[in-house]
Design a protein around this ligand. Structure first.
Ligand SMILES: *Cc1c(COP(=O)(O)O)cnc(C)c1O
Length: 502
């Protein structure tokens, strides 16, 4: 404690800031309790009595409303009042993620145990970069990674790291693929020397339905988007192994260097799953790094009925899996898994202030060596708590029921005259379109169906394009969505389609 009487007698008392931080004093605890309680009420109000998944407000209306806010004044305002106002101006115009008609994207309603975990994650504010900033948290993350490696069929050599999501996990997969190739085949450290001249010839193969972040990663990694060679997918939107072998042969003929193969478990539009076992064999045969983007479909691991669809994933050198999709975690939460932990050496760095090599020698785990982030959230805690609170059975049932709902939805669409189904879903995304009499206006009408439902706040749907044609998409992640919700929506879509067709 500073001796206060060391100050000149005339100095005013320093403000204590006690009510601003969670600490030991009663004042601080009371402030925290009241703040969290007030926020809880605003959150509950946001979901209460919401007949629609969105208010329908346009970006212009929202900008005008929010423009009235004074960002900060000279003195702070009363928190419960601020929260109340935010509730009305902002939270009330959220997309209601647990509404059964909020089905546009891979955007999930978060589990309540995970929301409780978030309270602890943010209050304790552990940072996962160095062990001294996250002592127990580091070990929780590592244990969970060990468990995940086991679930995906890796042995004790496996390792991984929590990430911000699929974008970062795919980036890490492409980074390590690139750097390992240079090390093994060119005796070149990209980490030390930058890109070798041969890198202009590096090629990464994936299906033409793979996620755009594979191209993005290759662009960021100095390989350019041209390094990504799309392989034609079959009628089920899965990569065709014959087309793949043919592409590899052609690349080699042109003296290009195939370095990696990406398989997707759950393409964004169709939820299609590449034949992982076959891809693993082809990768091994040609010495390619095999990365599996299971951001969407990795959650099948929790379902006894559907986990067989992941067969072969254990042959992957690296796996991207997202928890803020079908594991029902709040954003953000994902993981990057590595079959051989030795490959983390390719990206390891030491900072004297953070993770000196002496720490490593003493066995102190500083996770910064495995991440492209430095300061990093303790997101592992919410998955850790959710798995314990929900358990294997209910998690599996949630996956099963959403897949079942998608299959039923596809069947209903296939049996409706004015609707055209684009895919039989292997996960829970269903792509289809309204077929107007006036076929020339099909794209315009389908686009308008989506925007009209959003503007009216009645449904949040996605759209996509197949061969230049506009389609609508339901992503049925929400296990609370009922058959009646789907029937209602399909009816609305046909009604609107007919109106617009006139
Ligand atoms: C969502 C998704 C990504 C991107 O992941 P983020 O978590 O949004 O960063 C990549 N690949 C696939 C297949 C996805 O579904």
């Amino acid at each position: 404690m500073l001796e206060t009487n060391a100050k000149p007698a005339s100095a005013p008392e320093a403000k204590s800031f006690e009510g601003y931080f969670l600490a030991a004093s009663e004042e601080s605890q009371t402030a925290y309790r009241e703040a969290i309680a007030a926020a809880t009420e605003v959150a509950i109000a946001a979901f209460a009595n919401r007949a629609q998944p969105y208010s329908g407000a346009s970006p212009w209306q929202l900008a005008a409303e929010l423009g009235k806010t004074e960002i900060w004044g000279d003195s702070g305002q009363f928190l419960p009042e601020i929260l109340q106002n935010i509730g009305e101006s902002t939270i009330a115009h959220s997309a209601i993620v647990s509404h059964p008609r909020c089905i546009a994207h891979l955007h999930c309603p978060p589990l309540i145990p995970a929301l409780a975990a978030e309270v602890l994650i943010t209050a304790t504010n552990q940072s996962m970069d160095s062990w001294d900033q996250s002592p127990a948290a580091t070990l929780v993350e590592q244990q969970l990674i060990g468990w995940l490696c086991g679930e995906f069929g890796y042995d004790a050599a496996g390792d991984g790291i929590f990430t911000s999501g699929g974008t970062q996990s795919n980036f890490m997969g492409m980074l390590l693929a690139r750097d390992r190739y240079a090390k093994q085949h060119l005796n070149w450290s990209i980490q030390q020397q930058g890109l070798p001249p041969e890198s202009a010839h590096f090629r990464i193969l994936c299906s033409d339905a793979a996620h755009f972040t594979i191209r993005q990663a290759c662009a960021h990694l100095g390989l350019g988007e041209r390094a990504v060679v799309p392989v034609q997918s079959d009628t089920n939107y899965c990569i065709s192994p014959t087309a793949l072998e043919e592409k590899i042969r052609k690349l080699k003929q042109q003296n290009l260097l195939p370095i990696a193969l990406v398989g997707t478990v759950g393409t964004t539009d169709f939820g299609s799953i590449d034949p992982l076992g076959l891809l693993g064999e082809i990768a091994r045969l040609h010495g390619l790094w095999f990365h599996v983007d299971a951001a969407y479909g990795g959650a099948l691991v929790m379902s006894d009925r559907h986990c067989h669809k992941l067969a072969g994933i254990e042959t992957a050198d690296s796996i991207a899996v997202d928890f803020h999709k079908l594991f029902y975690q709040p954003i953000s939460c994902g993981a990057f898994l590595l079959k051989d932990q030795g490959n983390f050496e390719l990206m390891k760095l030491h900072a004297d202030y953070l993770n000196p090599e002496t720490n490593e020698a003493e066995g102190i785990p500083d996770l910064v060596t495995k991440s492209v982030q430095t300061t990093r959230r303790f997101d592992a805690l919410k998955l850790w708590i959710s798995l314990q609170a929900v358990g294997r059975k209910a998690f599996g049932e949630m996956i099963d029921i959403t897949l079942e709902r998608a299959t039923e939805t596809a069947q209903a669409i296939a049996h409706t005259a004015r609707l055209e189904l684009a895919n039989y879903p292997s996960l829970n995304a269903v792509v289809f379109r309204y077929l107007p009499q006036n076929t020339q206006r099909s794209n315009a009408i389908n686009g308008q169906i989506r925007t009209t439902l959003l503007q009216r706040g009645e449904a949040v749907l996605a759209q996509t394009r197949i061969a230049g044609e506009t389609y609508l998409k339901f992503t049925l992640l929400n296990p609370r969505t009922q058959r009646s919700d789907i029937e209602y929506l399909l009816h609305k879509i046909q009604q609107l389609g007919a109106e617009l067709d006139r």
